[in-house]
Design a protein around this ligand. Structure first.
Ligand code: PGA
Length: 245
């Protein structure tokens, strides 16, 4: 079970220190993998503080070149050098605010893989596409266009845009249909099985409901990962869910 905590552009040194203090006392189940995605500037700080804690750290994005004149960007190799194992690619906020295209996203994922990072490629439809019945086709195109040529370990995060930060989540049947579809599309193109995470308004109250859906291999949590109490409650519920299987 994979739990990705996407802090986005939040928290500071003081709050991260306090967060880690609580993590230190938490008994991690070996069936649960927690990965925190802090703002890039805090990766090294968090990585130093969590040296003896069994969590992973990841980048929220990486550029599609190894180095060069790209002001403000971060390369996959520097993420790796500072202790990252994972990288989120193509989050809808980057697609919207940074105009990232499927073509860029594919290149970013390939550079991530080249630097030994495991990419988590985000896909997700907007409300209009969902309401018009176009969600499955839209996601199929996103995956087809973004899937790296070669990969070993890769995850896809299904994050409906209308669910991010809104408190609304899709019906269980919609998550089930989409996750199954995503796995089939990736398998048909690569002959590989991938893990599919669900993201969008995941919290302590709805995590059990989400994890009980077939083919949900974990979650990508934004808002509810910013408070240690909420994040640990989510981890606790995930472990409880695994025990009941
Ligand atoms: P949210 O964000 O949990 O706050 O909805 C999820 C995400 O954007 O990854």
């Amino acid at each position: 079970m994979f739990i990705a905590a996407n802090w986005k552009m939040n928290l500071d040194k003081k709050s991260i220190k306090c967060f880690v203090k609580h993590l230190q006392n938490y008994k991690f189940s070996k069936n649960l993998q927690l990965c925190i995605f802090p703002p890039t500037i805090y990766i090294d700080f968090l990585s130093e503080l969590t040296k003896n804690i069994p969590i992973s750290i990841g980048g929220q994005n990486c550029h599609h070149q190894s180095f060069g004149a790209f002001t403000g960007e971060v390369s996959a190799s520097s993420l790796k050098e500072f202790g990252c194992d994972f990288v989120i690619i193509g989050h809808s906020e980057r697609r919207i605010y940074n105009k990232e295209t499927n073509e860029n996203i594919k290149k970013c994922a390939q550079f991530g893989i080249k630097s030994n990072l495991k990419p988590i490629i985000c896909v997700g439809e907007n409300l209009e596409q969902r309401e018009n019945g176009n969600a499955l086709d839209f996601i199929e195109k996103q995956i087809t266009d973004c899937l790296p040529e070669e990969f070993n370990e890769l995850m896809i995060a299904y994050e409906p845009i209308w669910s991010i930060g809104t408190g609304k989540i899709p019906h269980q049947s919609e998550i089930k249909e989409m996750h199954k579809n995503i796995k089939e599309i990736v398998f048909s193109k690569s002959k590989k099985n991938v893990k599919v995470l669900y993201g969008g308004s995941v919290n302590e109250q709805n995590i059990q409901e989400i994890l009980s859906v077939n083919n949900v291999d974990g979650v990508l949590v934004g808002g509810a990962s910013l408070k240690i109490k909420d994040l640990l409650a989510i981890c606790g519920s995930a472990v409880k869910h695994l025990k009941n299987l």
